[in-house]
Write a new protein. Structure first.
Length: 538
């Protein structure tokens, strides 16, 4: 059995502040807006609030390009506002974790401003600078948001590395002074009283020695083989844990790309002394990039549940600020939106791992779709569109392609009510509001005892009252292909979870006493489309 810990028993809620609630009518969500809505989150039953970056930033990548780690972006408020938010959250028993972005900074961060002044200044080695080769980049690495992961700096005649946008230069973690700076920043925020960190792109911080070319043909090869899960990554995490994390009762969760089960164990196994947990992405990457396949989803989740049990821990989510909403891409947001939203609530809250909800998930918000490229804000979406059009792609075809994968699909403003702009702002929203807010909003959910919000609230309460749903062994059960059936077993507790991942009616007899379900309980031997239930086995 896993050793008990508060962060294993907690339910976390991700807030994307820009789209949460605008208190001053400027069209951008802010810290006072979060404070105004804390009671709603307390009613929902969550324990931890994860704030995506609210640091000072030029916002090339919506705050993931930080220009000052110890200042609040004025668009969100002031440090006094943050301290007020922290105090009000703690007063309600809610913990707050920050987004720690230390693979890279903004190119406007003072470190980088100084670094690019000359080749021989103290800040030069804070970043990764290299000479070109034969009149081109130092290697063939492709960037995540651009064709090349390198940009040339004419003033000093060298290239600097940026895995993401050119405005997000990568820090040089081989430099011990950089690691000391990161520790100093972490300690500063912990001294303020925050309760932990979500570490952004953290398993990209170590680069392969010598920065070798990626395998493959072409000038720019986008591959993570030489900068993801490198051995030194674990050295850095263990050093950070010894110096800071282990001295605090805090939550640490890593955003770690391309993880295998053994990689996640290496990051989260208590005896290794790295992080509490890593987020799992294989399941979301599959249905976002490949398609809707119930059998594949079951295979992925089962492999992770069985592989991690007793060996490591994970953060579990089906939605976040970088992903589309699961109710739209795996559920059915046209005919069975409510049922499929409740089904994924059931799945999320009955798996082993710390569950993370993304704002709007608890009211069944769907993907936003915009009509023109000008309506999109995401740097990845806009850059890809421009590159494809510049390369000769038909503009409409390019637009349809980037629209299908844009991160902005899940970033539209929260639907508080049926009032103009969904009650999010009295001004002009920074990005378009999904027009279905008239029917899908919190106010309507609160008024309906059978709503998605109230279902999440009941599921969260059930999970917290049921140790087997937190620590129990995961045992898959034989069932028709469309169904996902498994048990969670702990001591003398045994619960069976039954999920119909299809829009078909499926013959199946559910054993045990039903504790919760997303359809009215009747005497029947078949599951309706997207039906879900949790059953206590006597």
């Amino acid at each position: 059995m896993s050793k008990r810990a508060w962060w294993k028993e907690a339910v976390a809620y991700q807030i994307y502040p820009k789209s949460f609630y605008d208190s001053n009518g400027d069209g951008v969500g802010d810290l006072p807006g979060i404070i105004a809505k804390l009671d709603v989150l307390k009613t929902l039953g969550v324990d931890v609030l994860w704030l995506t970056p609210v640091y000072a930033s030029p916002e090339v990548d919506n705050g993931y390009d930080i220009s000052d780690y110890q200042a609040i972006n004025p668009r969100f408020g002031t440090m006094t506002d943050f301290e007020h938010l922290l105090a009000e959250a703690h007063r309600r028993g809610l913990k707050v974790i920050m987004d720690l972005v230390v693979n890279h900074t903004s190119d406007q961060h003072p470190w980088f401003v100084e670094s690019r002044q000359s080749r021989d200044n103290p800040y030069r080695d804070y970043y990764i600078w290299r000479d070109g080769k034969e009149g081109r980049e130092p290697n063939n690495w492709g960037g995540h948001f651009t064709q090349s992961a390198w940009s040339f700096d004419a003033a000093t005649g060298q290239y600097y590395l940026h895995i993401f946008s050119p405005q997000q230069p990568d820090l040089n973690w081989e430099n011990p002074v950089v690691r000391q700076e990161v520790r100093r920043i972490i300690e500063w925020w912990l001294d303020k009283g925050i309760d932990g960190f979500r570490l952004d792109a953290i398993n990209l911080i170590a680069k392969a020695p010598g920065l070798p070319d990626n395998r493959g043909e072409g000038r720019y090869i986008f591959s993570i083989e030489h900068f993801c899960n490198q051995p030194r990554f674990h050295d850095y995490m263990q050093e950070l844990n010894r110096a800071v994390f282990a001295r605090h009762d805090m939550l640490t969760v890593g955003e770690c790309a391309d993880l295998k089960v053994e990689d996640a164990i290496a990051v989260s196994a208590p005896e290794r002394g790295e992080l509490n947990m890593a987020f799992l992405f294989e399941h979301t990457d599959y249905y976002n990039m490949v398609g809707k396949d119930a059998q594949k989803l079951k295979e992925i989740l089962t492999r992770w549940q069985q592989g991690l049990h007793g060996r490591g821990w994970a953060g579990i989510a089906f939605n976040n600020h970088d992903q589309p909403r699961v109710v739209s891409c795996f559920g059915d947001d046209s005919h069975y939106r409510v049922e499929s939203a409740k089904l994924f609530a059931t799945l999320l809250l009955t798996l082993e791992g710390t569950p993370f909800l993304f704002q709007g998930e608890e009211i069944g918000m769907t993907n936003a779709v915009y009509a023109t490229i000008e309506e999109y804000n995401d740097v990845q979406t806009v850059n890809l569109y421009r590159e494809w059009v510049a390369a000769g792609e038909d503009p409409q075809a390019a637009f349809e392609a980037v629209r299908a994968t844009s991160r902005d699909r899940g970033r539209s403003p929260y639907h508080w009510s049926a009032a103009p702009n969904a009650g999010f702002t009295t001004g002009r929203p920074w990005i378009g509001v999904n027009p279905n807010y008239i029917d899908i909003n919190l106010e309507a959910n609160l008024a309906d005892p059978d709503s998605i919000f109230h279902y999440y609230r009941k599921m969260i309460a059930l999970r917290k009252a049921t140790p087997a749903l937190i620590y129990g062994e995961f045992i898959p059960q034989e069932a028709p292909t469309q169904l996902y059936v498994y048990q969670r077993v702990h001591a003398d507790q045994r619960y069976q979870i039954v999920l119909n991942l299809s829009d078909e009616t499926v013959e199946y007899v559910c054993a045990g006493r039903r504790l919760i379900g997303n359809y009215p309980e009747t005497e029947k031997q078949r599951l309706q489309p997207y039906e879900a239930g949790v059953f206590a086995l006597e």
